[in-house]
Design a protein around this ligand. Structure first.
Ligand code: GLV
Length: 310
């Protein structure tokens, strides 16, 4: 039986034909996540893209699903049993890394305060600034995003240390890679701590009050993996008490962040609404398309796919 490929990727002109050339015998249906029909979902044997997790139970013929996300937690309990599940890990690394660096530089330069002054038409010097030149950047999660961010920080003259669950050798961008259980020892040495971990039972609440307390008083915290990794209440309490230079968070728990969360009002804490990655850069979109095409070629050839989640 030929495959029914439900392609929910944001394709540009000519890209549908690229998929058709890889799988000439398949039925190719291109749609959008927002308008996909129950009939299309039920017929699909392969799905590419970003369907809403709650519709996935209707995909009764599904054999393989490749999400456009790098993180995969929302689909964990939403997929039919026994299907092959792959991610697009690596597709948005540059985008997320640039966003993390932007947040880091913004708080180092006290831009949140300067923006407030600008809004009120006030010409006010906020005093000392911070540089990462010669500093230590500790990246908790030395995966694709962590490695890309570390590379940018290295380029700006920082020493970079990456933490991984399993250390198998050097990772691009890092001067050193250490095991995750060195976290508590390394936290007091870091000028910047960047969280790039996915959500899992092991990572939830990892950056807790005790660990925030171990950070330098003038360190910067960056969070861009999943919000659940950070104990937000502990961060608010610590920063309200004068701990840390600043923080830049692109992810929170929950999302959207409720309007009455105290996080909104912490000085020198920059919040963005989970926009570091996604399809906001053309290089990310095209990489997702290429990753889907390469895995489709492998799938049809019976080869092992890249980025297998389960
Ligand atoms: C973004 O957060 C992603 O997981 O791709």
């Amino acid at each position: 039986m030929s495959e029914y490929i439900l392609n929910l990727l944001p394709l540009h002109e000519g890209e549908r034909e690229e998929f058709e050339a890889i799988a000439p015998d398949a039925v190719h249906v291109c749609a959008r996540s927002s308008t996909v029909t129950p009939e299309q979902l039920a017929a699909a044997t392969i799905i590419f893209g970003w369907p809403r997790p709650e519709v996935m139970k209707g995909a009764v013929s599904l054999k393989w699903f490749q999400t456009m996300w790098a993180g995969t937690d929302e689909y964990t309990n939403m997929l039919p049993e026994g299907i092959l599940f792959t991610s697009s890990s690596g597709s948005n690394s540059r985008s997320v890394a640039e966003h993390m660096l932007t947040g880091l530089m913004a708080v180092c330069r006290r831009l949140p305060a300067y923006l407030n002054s600008q809004r009120s038409h006030v010409w006010q010097d906020e005093g000392t600034m911070k540089t990462i030149l010669g500093g230590t950047v500790l990246v908790v999660g030395a995966g694709n995003v962590g490695s890309a961010f570390a590379g940018l920080c290295q380029g700006l003259g920082a020493e970079t240390i990456g933490l991984k669950r399993t250390v198998t050798g050097p990772v691009e961008g890092f001067s050193q890679v250490c095991a995750m259980d060195e976290l508590d020892t390394l936290l007091p040495q870091a000028d910047v701590v960047a969280l790039t971990l996915p959500h899992s039972p092991q990572t939830a609440g990892l950056m807790n009050a005790g660990r925030i307390a171990r950070m330098k008083d003038d360190a910067v915290l960056i969070s861009a993996g999943r919000g659940s990794v950070l104990d937000q209440d502990a961060l608010v309490k610590a920063m309200q008490g004068g701990k840390l230079w600043g923080a830049a968070l692109d992810v929170t728990d929950p999302e959207p962040l409720p309007p009455d969360s105290p996080l909104w009002d912490v000085p020198n804490l920059l919040l963005t609404p989970h926009v570091a990655g996604g399809m906001r850069l053309e290089i990310t979109r095209r990489k997702c398309v290429e990753m889907a095409q390469e895995n489709l070629r492998r799938y049809l050839a019976g080869e092992k796919l890249d980025n297998i989640v389960k």
